[in-house]
Ligand binder design. Structure first.
Ligand SMILES: C[S@@+](CC[C@H](N)C(=O)[O-])C[C@H]1O[C@@H](n2cnc3c(N)ncnc32)[C@H](O)[C@@H]1O
Length: 261
């Protein structure tokens, strides 16, 4: 049976479960905010900067050259401490860039970082599945390592599609489940055994760094995410793997409106 707009496909129980996951995720990221950046660099051996720079470049490549059109509007959802938001601004200083996240402590750090770097970006508290923006109000939407934390990733994808204008572009950066083979085995060991210990030691929040591998191992493969993006109404969906498949960048476009002849 078709579900009415705004109704949860699994009814009230599903809605309550989503609310519960949302609250847990928000509390967890609020708790780990102070050590988030340090651990990101440490646990990824510093490669995370390159992954975000590549995501920003892929997302912005769809825009006309600076000065060739109206001022581009860019939204970074689940922006956390703002690293992807700031990479976007660095690469397109002419754009109006906004970061959105539902964990206020992460946003406080993002605002301080932007101030230190003299970057003119704005940060708003918002849930990625109910963004406080009108339809078709952004040229580019990005989300870096946020989607797998959503209680309902499909609801997030539909919302990104809603706020993007026709011809706009979405970039999703995520950790796919590790591949099979020797590298996957090694990575799983690192991810399951070492990372929670190291993360717990530095942040004092072992639980949060045990959640990280579990959320990745249970997330969609790039092929599944491609199908979900298409189901949400995106076209030209493609993905490329980063650093032997540890991270993956998905790009997807909103179809342009066809003019009547
Ligand atoms: C792993 S961090 C990624 C932060 C940042 N994008 C980066 O690249 O470092 C995930 C972020 O997603 C945010 N988040 C998770 N679910 C969200 C939701 N439904 N709406 C808004 N933010 C959400 C968390 O608060 C957290 O800041």
């Amino acid at each position: 049976m078709a579900t009415a707009v705004g109704e949860h496909p699994e009814g009230l129980e599903g809605e309550a479960r989503d609310r519960d996951k949302g609250a847990r995720v928000r509390a967890m990221f609020s708790d780990i905010a102070p050590t988030y950046d340090l651990l990101n660099g440490l646990l990824s051996f510093g490669v995370d900067r390159r992954w975000r720079a590549q995501a920003a470049a892929g997302a912005l490549a769809a825009l006309p050259a600076p000065g060739a059109g109206p001022r581009p509007r860019v939204l970074d959802v689940a922006c956390g401490t703002g690293d992807l938001t700031l990479a976007l601004k660095r690469q397109r200083p002419d754009a109006e860039v906004t970061g959105a996240d539902f964990a206020e402590p992460m946003l406080e750090l993002a605002r301080a970082k932007a101030r230190r770097r003299g970057a003119e970006v704005s940060f708003v508290v918002a849930d990625g599945t109910a963004l406080p923006f009108p339809d078709a109000s952004f040229d580019v939407v990005t989300i870096g390592y946020g989607l797998r934390n959503f209680a309902d990733p499909d609801a997030g994808l539909r919302e990104f599609r809603r706020v993007l204008r026709p011809g706009g572009r979405l970039a999703v950066l995520e950790f796919p489940p590790p591949p099979r083979g020797p590298f996957g085995t090694l990575f799983r060991f690192y991810f399951r055994r070492l990372l929670p210990r190291l993360g717990g030691l530095v942040s004092g929040e072992r639980q949060a760094y045990a959640y990280l591998p579990e959320s990745v191992l249970g997330f969609l493969t790039p092929e599944e995410l491609t199908r979900r993006l298409q189901a949400a109404g995106f076209t030209g969906v493609g993905h490329e793997s980063q650093t032997f498949g540890v991270s993956a960048l998905h790009l997807a476009d909103v179809p342009r409106v066809r003019r009547e002849p």
